[in-house]
Structure formats: structure tokens, C-alpha cells
Write a protein that binds this ligand. Sequence first.
Ligand code: ADP
Ligand code: MG
Length: 335
Amino acid sequence: MKLKTVFVIILCSFLISCESKTNKRSFFAMNTHITIKSTCGKNKSANREIEQKFYNLEKLISTTAPVSEVYLINNNSGTVKLSDETFFLAKYALDGAVKTNGKFNPALYPVIRAWGFTTEDYKIPSDIEISQLLELTDFSKIKLDSETKTITMPEKMMLDFGAIGKGFAGDEAIRILKENNVPSAILDLGGNIQVLGKNLETGEPWKVGIRNPYEDGVAVSLKVTDCAVITSGGYERFFVGKDGKKYIHIFDGETGRPVENNVVSSTIVCEKGIYGDFLSTTLFVMGKEKAIEFWKENRDFEFIMMFDDLILCYTAGLKDKIDFLTDFNKIEIIQ
Ligand code: ADP
Ligand code: MG
């Protein structure tokens, strides 16, 4: 047999065996059903390692588990020494709060907790209670020391990484997959999707669906490789008050109340999960005009926003990637 023929046979058998080497792992962590599907490389052990990593991260950043570092921060004023991961998240969150003038504010937890979003024992706090709790949300009073990896919290202030934790976990998963020479994977963490490489089963980019916020099903599909597609939706976690109004889990730090604007879902497409997660929540709070302004100032991500009345806008960079699976009344492209 010629050398070339041998090479072709080896290559073919590699491709075939690679295709059959898809490993799927599902588990529950960070209040979310998580699925990882990865192909080739040391995918099976990578998926196992990711599951363990997620449990470990949850142990660090859960607001409710008394063993977590975040619980320790929130229930002790003064200085607390943090792990590298929690310190990274605290720094990312506090820098993000400065960058967005508090539209993103990880110190809103005392307010969010008073509305019952932690325990699902929902209630509408009185105006007085809200304004008293808002006094505890000035993130500029929280100090970090990069040398000693410590955080210093004023009395009664509390942190919550709920808006970025899953994105960070997704980035850790991608890192583990790459370390294990896995060339292709898709992670599904509820509204957070992160993909590595392309879909080796089809040889095409991954097709990622964005949930229809108006009814069941998928509203938009995106063809993507190596990126994060992260959605925050008002339909994810909410309650209907005795006043008949819908109160969602994304908060406006100026009013201390759930956001009430015409946004129904906000999706970010970018490289890093943590950035996408940070921005999906932030742009939701900002609303359309401020979100567009922020995009024009930064231009290191793309976004899709859906509004009441079946209206959608998206940034021009997604033009060749996007397909619509439902009828919209109006679609606007932001240049
Ligand atoms: P999910 O985690 O449900 O997919 P998000 O990424 O949008 O959705 O995060 C929502 C969570 O972020 C809330 O449950 C709350 O813990 C926190 N949060 C709510 N409003 C803000 C805000 N303005 N800034 C920072 N974090 C917020
Ligand atoms: Mg988020």
C-alpha cells in the first residue's frame, strides 16, 4: 500500500471515530439544569471535571449555603480573605458597576432579598423599607485588596454574583475542555449557551436558539463558533403581585424595584461567558437607547433585544448569522 493511501485510511478512521466520540453529561448546579456535549479529545474526563468544577464554584458563590465564601462576606462586616475565583468575580463585578454607573450593581442583594427572590417567598416591600435598603447598595464603599486577596465590606452590605456566576462557570468549562484537547463542544446553562469550535457531527457552525419570550419555542437562531450566546429574560424568574403586576428578577438599582421597561429579552454574543452574562443583565436594565449607546462606545460584543409588541433589534455584526423563526412586527438593525 502506498504511504498516501495509508495516510488517507488513518485520517478517515480518525474522523469516523471522532464523530462517535460525543459525550453528553447533564447535572444540576447553580439552580440550573446544565448539559455539556463535547466531541473528541479527552472529552469524557473533561466533562466529569467540569461537573466537579461547577459544584466547587457553587460552594464558593452561593448566597444561601452557609459554607460559601459569599455567605461569609455577606454575614460578616470587616475584612475577609477570598479564594482566587471569588476575588476575580468580586473585582469583575465591582469594576463592571463602575463602568456602567451602577446599572450593573452586585451590591443590590439586600434589596433583591427583601423582595423574596432568594427564598421564592415573594413580597412587595414598603417604600420606606426599599429606601432604607438602598442605603446599603453603594458599591463604591466595598474595598478590594489585590495583594492580600481580601475584601472589606461595610456593615450590613451584601454581594451577589447571580448575574455573572454562570458565565464565569462557562468560561472555566471552556478552559477545561481546551486543556483536554477537546476541539468541539456546546454547553447549555439555561439561558447561557457557550460553544467551542464548530459542530463536528455536521461540520457546520453550531446553531443556537434563543427562546421565544412571547410564547413557547424558539424565536431566533444563530450560527456561531467559539463564542457565548447569553440571554437574560423577564420570563425566567418573576412573580405576579397582589396588584396584578409582574415583578421580574432583574433590578433597577436607582428605584430598588424590578426593572419595568419594554424589554422582554436581551441576548449578548461575545467571546467570554462572563462578559456576555454581565452585559445581558446590564443591557436589560439600560433599555434600548442606553444599550445602543453602550454598544457604540464599546463595540466588543453584539446584541439582540426583544421588546413588547413583537419588536426586535440587533447589531449589524450578526447579519449573516441570524435567522428568525417567528414573525416580528418590526426588525431593526443597529449600525
Ligand atoms: P439568570 O441568572 O436568571 O439567567 P441574569 O444573568 O440576568 O439571569 O441574572 C439575574 C440575577 O442577577 C438576579 O437573580 C440577581 O441575583 C442579579 N441581579 C439582578 N439585577 C441586577 C443588577 N441590576 N445588577 C447586578 N446583578 C443583578
Ligand atoms: Mg447575566
